[in-house]
Design a protein around this ligand. Structure first.
Ligand code: SF4
Ligand code: SF4
Length: 301
């Protein structure tokens, strides 16, 4: 059983049409810019939003571990938390929230069915992302099988950092892969994400050999991977694949993960890597570079 930490309705950037996106918890990568750091740990994670807290102490009183204290700076955690969730259940303002819970398949499908009409009329469907969904191969296969049985268009948003046997299991149940490509430089990839990129590149080639539909998504970050040489290497790699990607989505950097780290009590970009949003000239140049190689690249998506 994988935990789900969010379900996003009316998602328009997670594949074709309007989609419902299911976020599975747990990821083997630790990208410094991660937009969903609450999804990295496979266990539940507590988030605290200071400005929503009214100081009622319901959480303090509910905690069986006597872990929480109300201070002038808000609720403080003493490190004895067993993630039982009682404090978040009692919080009247959602200042304290728990990311990650088990969903019975029937309940999950009830949510998906509610969105069926809007998804189908827009040419959309269901997207499963994370975290890294391939980290939960058995659960993912069960989930995708059920979605396909019900006739939903199914997209899997993945890093492809997984064994080829896992990709082989998931591929026939997937209509479209959205695959992240961060950088072609394995050393840099290791420094920025915690893992090398060899397995990812091999799996991209494997998916392209099998003829499964896929889009590539490149988070473009000034100071990290927005240099022409690196982008040219990525374009050459993609162009040389047996079946190039249908689309290359260029996703300009933003620091949405920062606020989530604050709510989790953890540090965003602890090594202080210089990261920034690419300017319009850079974006235009990179789109042209892909276009000149015969690849269909666009900003966003
Ligand atoms: S999750 Fe449970 S143990 Fe942790 S702080 Fe909340 S009530 Fe206490
Ligand atoms: S229950 Fe919620 S609002 Fe009340 S003190 Fe705790 S975190 Fe703040």
């Amino acid at each position: 059983m994988a935990l789900i930490f969010d379900i996003k309705r009316f998602a328009v950037n997670d594949g074709p049409g309007i989609r419902t996106t299911i976020f599975l918890k747990g990821c083997p990568l630790h990208c410094v810019w991660c937009h969903n750091p609450e999804g990295i740990d496979a266990k539940p994670v507590k988030l605290y939003t200071r400005k929503k807290c009214i100081g009622c102490k319901s959480c303090v009183d509910a905690c069986p571990q006597h872990n929480l204290t109300l201070t002038p700076d808000g609720i403080k955690d003493s490190g004895r938390c067993i993630l039982c969730g009682r404090c978040t259940d009692e919080c009247p303002t959602l200042a304290l929230q728990m990311a990650g819970k088990e969903w019975a398949m029937d309940d999950l499908m009830t949510v998906m069915e509610k969105e069926r009409q809007v998804m189908e009329e827009s040419g959309g469907g269901v997207t499963v992302c994370g975290g890294e969904p391939l980290m939960h191969a058995d659960y993912l296969v069960t989930l995708l099988t059920e979605l396909r049985r019900r006739g939903f268009h199914v997209t899997v948003d993945t890093t492809l950092y997984a064994s080829q046997s896992t990709v082989t299991r998931v591929m026939p149940l997937t209509d479209l892969f959205l695959i992240d490509l961060k950088t072609m430089d394995s050393e840099r990839h290791q420094r920025l994400t915690g893992v090398p990129n060899r397995q990812i590149l091999d799996n991209i080639r494997y998916v392209s050999e099998q003829g499964t539909r896929y889009w590539i998504r490149i988070p473009l970050i000034k100071g990290v991977n927005a240099d022409d040489d690196g982008i040219r290497r990525a374009a050459q790699f993609l162009k040389g694949l047996p079946t190039p990607p249908e689309v290359v989505n260029i996703l300009p950097y933003h620091d949405i993960g920062k606020g989530k780290h604050e709510r989790m009590g953890t540090h965003y970009n602890p090594e202080g890597i210089d990261m920034g949003e690419p300017d319009e000239a850079t974006l235009n140049r990179i789109i042209s570079l892909f276009g000149n190689m015969g690849l269909n690249a666009k900003v966003g998506g």
